[in-house]
Design a protein around this ligand. Structure first.
Ligand SMILES: [Zn+2]
Length: 291
């Protein structure tokens, strides 16, 4: 798609060189209230991805005045509801959008009305079953609505020599993505964008994995500058997540790259500790960032 469609994503960021614009759409865990479910929009001047689509994805788009239709490429990290619950609805919306949108908005759809769905092979299999069994799709009157007519996919290849399971691919207009497997679920991944920005998505505390990501072991020695890390602020009551207390154990050279995300509604109680003691770069926010 042309650059016009990105105005809402990168407008006013002064993005230059190889920089990426980063916009969190939601910030919270599965029980999040107003902070909504963690979801990240990443854009270069040429292409973009939206990482995860929770069931309340529309709320933030309205709040930020970004038309949903500019989002063409979706990354899904795992099958939990707070990360995938809005995917089928979003796909169906795109399918019917040309009929319901004003013409100037419909142009954002570009050459292909389908969304591009980007995930490693084992996760794509699960996504295909999920989408076709979703109520939005299963009850659609149009027989032509199925995984293949709703989504494009991209070629995905294993990362040779990576310390654990990893895949790489490119978005249609050239963002480079590396998926690294995490231990949150049997099939769950973090993602690195343009060797520059990494996001664990949901993960238990796994210092070995995080060290490998930060040291560029998945990206041919290129070290990401910024790491968004899952951070449970409930003291570990919900299993499968790294807690704030655990993350404090990481060495300072890793912590100074970490921005905490996927936290609970109580996260502000920890602000003083995070910022005054400079334990981490900070909490993810809805302010647009450039890296
Ligand atoms: Zn989650």
């Amino acid at each position: 798609m042309g650059i016009v469609g990105f105005r809402g994503l990168i407008g006013g960021t002064g993005i230059q060189g190889g920089q990426l614009a980063l916009q969190w759409l939601g910030l919270g865990n599965e029980l999040a209230g107003a902070i909504n479910h963690a979801s990240l929009l990443v854009a270069s001047p040429k292409d973009h991805v939206m990482i995860d689509v929770g069931p309340r994805y529309k709320e933030t788009f309205q709040f930020l005045y970004i038309p949903i239709i500019v989002v063409r490429n979706i990354v899904i990290t795992h099958m939990h509801w707070d990360h995938v619950g809005g995917l089928a609805e979003l796909a169906l919306y795109n399918k019917v959008a040309p009929k319901i949108l004003p013409r100037e908005d419909a142009q954002y759809l570009g050459r292909d009305k389908r969304l591009t769905l980007i995930a490693p092979p084992d996760l794509t299999d699960l996504l295909s079953k999920h989408v076709e069994s979703d109520g939005f799709i299963a009850t659609a009157a149009d027989e032509d609505i199925n995984f293949r007519t709703l989504f494009n996919t991209v070629p995905m290849e294993p990362v040779e020599g990576a310390p654990s399971v990893a895949y790489r691919c490119k978005t249609p207009d050239g963002l480079r993505l590396v998926f690294f497997k995490t231990k949150h679920l049997a099939v769950s991944y973090g993602v690195i964008i343009n060797e520059r920005v990494a996001y664990t998505s949901d993960t238990p505390y796994d210092p070995e994995l995080i060290t490998a990501v930060v040291e560029g072991k998945f990206t041919e020695g290129n070290k990401p500058q910024l790491l968004y890390h899952d951070c449970a602020t409930d003291g570990g009551q919900i299993p499968g997540h790294a807690t704030f207390e655990q993350l404090k154990e990481l060495p300072v050279e890793i912590r100074e790259k970490i921005v905490l995300t996927h936290y609970g509604d109580n996260y502000a109680e920890l602000s003083a500790e995070v910022y005054e003691k400079k334990l981490f770069r900070g909490f993810a926010s809805r302010n647009k960032e450039v890296c």
